[in-house]
Design a protein around this ligand. Sequence first.
Ligand code: MN
Length: 255
Amino acid sequence: MIVLLSNDDGIHAPGLKALAESLQELGELYIVAPDRERSATGHGITVHRPLRLETVSIPGIKARAWAVDGTPADCVKLAVEDLLPDPPALVVAGINQGPNLGTDVLYSGTVSAAIEGIINGFPALAISLTSYGSHDFTTAAEVARKVVNLTMQKGLPRGTLLNINVPPAKPRGIRFTRLGNRRYVNIFHKRTDPRGRIYYWMAGEPLDLDENGDDTDVQAIKQNFISITPIQLDLTDYQSLQTLRQQWGEVIFNF
Ligand code: MN
């Protein structure tokens, strides 16, 4: 059984190594990851220059591994199309340093690597440690192993990935959640460079939103639970599709 690992923190990130360590007995590991940190690159792909790659060895890990000078989505595409000898049974992205909650999944390279997995028809997981300060991936790695085992046993609906977020402190339990809402305040820091020109640096702190009910990932993490959210790629709003066809259809096609 081939398991493909990727991430957006780069091939040398400790979270990726922790993930590989915990999954190494479950299958034949292949690691294809960016050669440097590519966090917040979303689902970007590289089409205006060639992709270069080199094999790497990660100390203590039995896996074939490549570092690619592209995005997480590039890595999974390339792995599936050319580097793997057979299709993977599963694609696992992470363990990301930092949360991937709510609306942020759209910016996340980690989640995008998993999405690239489901685009290609393979079950996929994205896993994140919701702290930038803690580098202890032990619990998150254990959760990854358990969820991988369960996914192998029970399967996932085609086109669905699991987005898993693990808090740094000892979790109170696991919740299955929906995506919450995340908005940021003080997003841009406006500064002046040494030549007197204005520049902006995007950062910001997440705003606590009331609309994040108990069943959201944002709230689960806030209450120190592990959060598992099933995510599908199909962004179609089926209810509005019905409405458009029923109420707009006649008007709009009458020309
Ligand atoms: Mn990252």
